[in-house]
Design a protein around this ligand. Structure first.
Ligand SMILES: *[C@@H]1O[C@H](CO)[C@@H](O)[C@H](O)[C@H]1NC(C)=O
Ligand SMILES: *[C@@H]1O[C@H](CO)[C@@H](O)[C@H](O)[C@H]1NC(C)=O
Length: 373
């Protein structure tokens, strides 16, 4: 998660005065990145190091749009030209859960031990920072793990989605019967207080990765066949570098007009002093969010808490920018979520795996429900 404290300030000042034109980087500074901190911010060209000094250390959310400068414009153009609008997809979400009996045995098969084992595997990398030398190793580890989990059902495909840096996103797909797609997502990169710092990223966001990985495992083992849309599991890289992986993937899906019905992103699932599941209502689809709120009491033992997290707080923002219905599900409110993220203290010992399991139950419930969309 990209955390923020200056949201109110930023929202208060943007759009009030004319913004300066974006300078292009000189040829001697090819490594500069164009980063934005609000929808109306044209962005500034900064070094990778400046991402830490300007944003990460100050808990300011940002998006690195260098590789995907046209995503928002593409989405706006498609919204004008396409027959099927986001609003028409959203009007079709059901009013509540309808497939609990089908989901129950799948939920019973979820293993808290798997959640813990895989979180350890991810946190054991010194860092999973997308620019670090460990990034390709973490990618190979996760790809191999996803493949091993998926092989119980040979119809499932697993692929790497390459980016401009050496850490692909990983996409597993359970084929359905229509051309539509429903996505659950989490990011597997991590970040410390500096580019070279220890970054176990146990809660942020190994805890989200293992939730969708364990959901994939039980659906694969049961040879679950969606009645409608294909179910995709997106393991994004580069989230902490400015939502890089998810923007690239969503830019591709928007360019190819993939019929994405819903994207449910989970970033941090294992630290919840209020013992809740938090569902956020900014930069998301409110109809999808309302539907998800009905699933929490149906599929978990927890109550729903609603909060907002600001511009660019996690990868659901990329799906929203692409014009796809997206939602964000997290462990607790912004104020009460893990205080250890983006540091060496984001350790496995701080993660409550009973709470992570609740997110896994929610995820399987959602996927079964969504397989009828
Ligand atoms: C992704 O990158 C890897 C490593 O550079 C390469 O071997 C692979 O062919 C690429 N995959 C695609 C689909 O381009
Ligand atoms: C979070 O904490 C800040 C600072 O203490 C406070 O102003 C704000 O109201 C809190 N937000 C919520 C949703 O409780």
């Amino acid at each position: 998660m990209v955390s923020t404290t200056l949201l109110t300030l930023l929202l208060g000042v943007t759009g009030v005065f004319a913004l300066p034109p974006i300078p292009s980087p000189s040829s001697s500074a090819k490594d500069l990145r164009l980063c934005k901190t609000s929808p109306t911010d044209p962005g500034i060209w900064i070094t990778e190091e400046e991402k830490f000094t300007r944003f990460i250390s100050k808990k300011i959310n940002f998006v690195d749009i260098t590789d995907t400068p046209n995503l928002e414009a593409l989405a706006a153009e498609k919204a004008t030209n396409l027959q099927v609008s986001t609003a028409s997809i959203e009007s079709a979400f059901p009013s509540g859960p309808a497939h609990q009996s089908q989901a129950a045995p799948l939920i019973s098969a979820l293993s808290q031990a798997n959640l813990q084992t895989w979180t350890n595997g991810l946190a054991n990398f010194y860092t999973r920072y997308y620019k670090s030398s460990y990034a390709p190793q973490a990618a190979t580890w996760l790809y191999d793990t996803v493949v091993s989990v998926a092989k119980a059902n040979p119809t499932i495909t697993v692929r790497k989605f390459n980016h401009s840096y050496s850490m692909p996103s990983i996409i597993a797909k359970i084929p359905g019967t229509t051309n539509s797609v429903v996505v659950v997502s989490a990011h597997y990169d991590s970040v410390g207080s500096t580019a070279s710092g220890r970054a176990p990223g146990a809660d942020d966001d190994a805890s989200g990765v293992v939730v969708i990985l364990e959901a994939l495992r039980v659906l694969a083992a049961a040879k679950f066949k969606p009645s409608g849309p294909s179910l995709e599991f997106h393991f994004y890289s580069g989230e902490e570098g400015g939502l890089l992986g998810s923007r690239d993937v969503m830019n591709d899906y928007r360019t190819r007009n993939v019929d994405v019905l819903a994207v449910v992103n989970q970033d941090m699932t294992g630290y919840s002093p209020n013992n809740v599941i938090a569902i956020f209502d900014d930069y998301v689809s409110l109809p999808l969010t309302s539907f998800l709120k009905t699933l929490v009491p149906a599929y978990t033992q927890l109550k729903v808490l609603t909060d907002r997290c600001g511009y660019a707080c996690s990868d659901h923002a990329s799906a929203t920018a692409a014009g796809f219905p997206a939602a964000y599900v997290c462990e607790d409110s912004m104020n009460d979520s893990s205080p250890y993220i983006h540091s060496a203290q984001d350790a496995v010992s701080t993660v409550n795996f009973a709470h992570v399991l609740q997110h896994a139950k929610f995820t399987v419930g959602f996927l079964v429900e969504a397989s009828y969309f």
